[in-house]
Design a protein around this ligand. Structure first.
Ligand code: SIN
Ligand code: CO
Length: 391
């Protein structure tokens, strides 16, 4: 296993990841002053407006003009001219911007599988999305300008705490009573566990980045897993009852069909390996709207030459996971090539390998074939190349 780059002690307010996880993670909010020293490397309001005009980027516009809440989904050709009370939210900025990806990766001390995305908002004076709860952990980093955050120091569990305002297009809390508040300046960050009510209001124009995590529901996981297992067991089978006995009571549950269904369900089996494979494929799968940009066709020779000189990096949209001898990339399973398993694990953990590691990987025929396919699909690039996949 490769070690992560050294932890920046400012990121968690002087706490080590282990100390933060033991005390705050999923438990209580933490306000961290001067957590990030270079937030200005992230996209600004103009860059966010540009992203929000693209149809492969998820965006929303929340307005509260004259006290009336409204929400629209992007893409947006233009944004309101008004000087206050609106917020543009851009989801998955990390998929398009290297600085956003690099910032999000600083939080991978809780595993790539838990990271969801880096969302950014640009708000005008008074702008915000109102008091609400999120069902996931989030780090709210102030990037530009100032924002007043008000939050509750404990998770909302009662029905009253979770009641929503009627007839608005957003999930706004009816009864929001903050216990804490703070004005965040650029570089300051607020960590909130799931279900901690909060509300952010822009003080002048400002941008905020949310590093959001994901925690799949057991329901969703089991449905998808069982569906996959059932499909594997009975790809397109149907009930057959040739030679069956006549029904005496047509309204009764048909014993012949009941027995057949029970037999088929009882025969669905899985192993620990099936679970791992499902988890690897599921968590390396990109979100539905994500597409890759394959590079212009080039020979294997040219690819090897450039990769051996510069190293290799995963595309911003690609996730590579590993466990033991197995790897998973963009929803597909593969066997880690025996001769260079450690190098593939390094690529998964650090998202890049240097020139000498890439050279040794490319000397192995199995690894070379995999890497060339991934490169042709736009899943990896020659390191340092443009993020549009043309390298
Ligand atoms: C925002 O950036 O305006 C909203 C972020 C959040 O409250 O989760
Ligand atoms: Co929120």
């Amino acid at each position: 296993m490769s070690r992560s780059p050294a932890h920046d002690p400012h990121l968690l307010g002087g706490l080590s990841p282990a100390a933060f996880l033991a005390t705050y993670w999923q438990r209580k909010p933490l306000l961290i002053r001067a957590a990030v020293s270079d937030p200005s490397a992230l996209p600004d309001g103009a860059a966010l407006a540009e992203l929000a005009s693209r149809d492969d980027v998820e965006s929303r516009l929340v307005t509260a003009f004259d006290g009336r809440w409204a929400m629209e989904h992007g893409p947006f050709d233009r944004l309101p001219r008004r000087k206050r009370d609106w917020t543009l939210l851009v989801q998955g900025v990390n998929l398009h911007d290297r600085a956003a990806d690099a910032l999000m990766r600083r939080f991978d001390f809780v595993s790539t599988m838990r990271l969801d995305d880096l969302m950014m908002s640009y708000a005008t004076e008074g702008g915000g999305v109102g008091p609400h709860l999120d069902s996931y952990d989030v780090f709210l980093l102030q990037v530009e300008g100032r924002r007043r955050w008000r939050w509750r120091d404990r998770r909302s569990t009662s029905t009253r705490d979770r009641m929503l305002v009627d007839d608005v297009p957003l999930k706004l809390l009816k009864h929001f009573e903050a216990t804490d508040e703070a004005v965040l300046e650029p570089g300051d960050m607020l960590y909130l566990p799931p279900s901690c009510a909060h509300e952010g209001t822009a003080i002048g124009a400002c941008t905020t980045a949310s590093i959001g995590f994901r925690a799949p529901s057991w329901n969703a996981m089991s449905q998808e897993f069982l569906f996959t297992m059932a499909e594997r067991s009975w790809p397109d089978g149907r009930h057959v009852d040739a030679g069956r006995a006549p029904s005496r009571s047509p309204g009764a549950i048909d014993p012949c069909m009941l027995a057949a269904i029970e037999q088929r369900l009882a025969a669905i089996r899985w192993t620990t390996r099936d679970i791992e494979s499902f988890v690897g494929r599921h968590f390396s799968e990109p979100k539905a709207h994500v597409t890759f940009d394959p590079p212009p066709p080039r020979s294997m020779g040219a690819f090897i030459q450039r990769a051996s000189k510069h190293g290799l990096a995963l595309d911003l949209r690609a996730t590579l996971l590993h466990r033991g001898r197995n790897g998973y990339i963009v929803g597909e399973a593969f066997a880690l090539p025996t001769a260079c398993r450690a190098a593939f694990r390094l690529l998964a953990d650090r998202r890049r390998v240097d020139a000498s590691t890439a050279t040794s990987m490319l000397e192995d025929p199995q690894a070379r074939a995999l890497l060339h396919t991934w490169w042709s699909d736009g899943w990896i690039h020659v390191a340092g190349g443009p993020i549009d996949g043309s390298s």
